[in-house]
Design a binder for this molecule. Sequence first.
Ligand SMILES: [Zn+2]
Length: 393
Amino acid sequence: MLNIAFGQSKYYVDNLSENVKRGNRQKLRRGEWPNKAPFGYINDSKTKSILIDHKSAPIIQKAFKMFLEEKYSFTNIRNFFTKNHLLTAKDNLIHTDKVKRILCDPFYYGVMKFCGEYYEGKHEPLISKRLFDKVQEIVKIKSRKRKDNLHDYPYRGFIKCGECGCFITAEKRTKYYKRTKRKAEYYYHHCTKKKGACSQGYIRREKLEKQLKVILKKVSLSPFSAKMFRQWAEKDASEEKLKYKDQINNHARQLEETNTKLERLLEAYLDKIITCEEYKNKKNVLVLRKVSLTQELKVLEEKGNNWLEPFNEFVNNALKCGKIVAAKNNCHDLEIMAKTVGSNFFLKDRRLSAGGFSARFNALFEQPVSKSASLPSLPLPLLLGDMDSNHDN
Ligand SMILES: [Zn+2]
């Protein structure tokens, strides 16, 4: 079953991107930045290094110092960039999210962050680590404020109107009850109608949320089924490893032979049985062979399991999804999960629908109940449906 539904994931890492990544890592270890230079710097094609751009660097330095004075927001900094003609490569205004990324980029004090890892850079820093750290504290405070505001208005900007295609927005209404002198807040969601006439009406947040939970529940896994999925995956992975065992042993043996040959060659040279020229020629052949054998061996050893990690991540997400659906008052988490697993959410006539799910979640969503017979000894409703008891508590 895993092979049919998730077989694709086994080809998750393709060779090309792996080679590019390897090249990048080598550059990073040498302290070189493998990408386009960040704002404030330029790529020097002659020396293949990163140099300070004397036009934009002072603007970046000023932005860090400005942000220390708390009165400046991300938008203020963006406007400051615009005023000083600091634009994107395509001459567009820099987005406020990008402003935040600039202010959080350790590159400016000399550390390169790449794919979640840190490397010491060879380039000249624009600011001190101390200034950077202080700015990070302010970024944290300012981001928290922004998040709190968004928290009041969840489910905004990711669902589209099924009639006109505009985004669904949220609105808060306060109702005052005269008799009990009580104030209550309600949230409504509706089409922004920015493109013109649209006949769609309002929907209460609770009703929208209920429908979103029904959709997300279909792509959830219960703790029990997550455990089963993990066990099957582990079994699959170890079987696959067995398949490559012969090849791995074969490569390891050849590698050992090559090492022995290299040692003997050196002895022959030292004993003056062969000339320096002969030694060099033969050695080069053997060293190249050794390098390619080592690399092939590494690929083989990883081969059996390169799909396991993304698969486990999927299982964890599906499990988390189930927990979030079962919990109460967590619209923020629900929204994040919906964005993680699904796409193309539409609302029409107060009915919410999802256009698609990311790869493996689609397999869960489309799993028809009749296929349950093919699952090892467990009917699918039991596997996927035992969130009910939690939810109704
Ligand atoms: Zn509309």
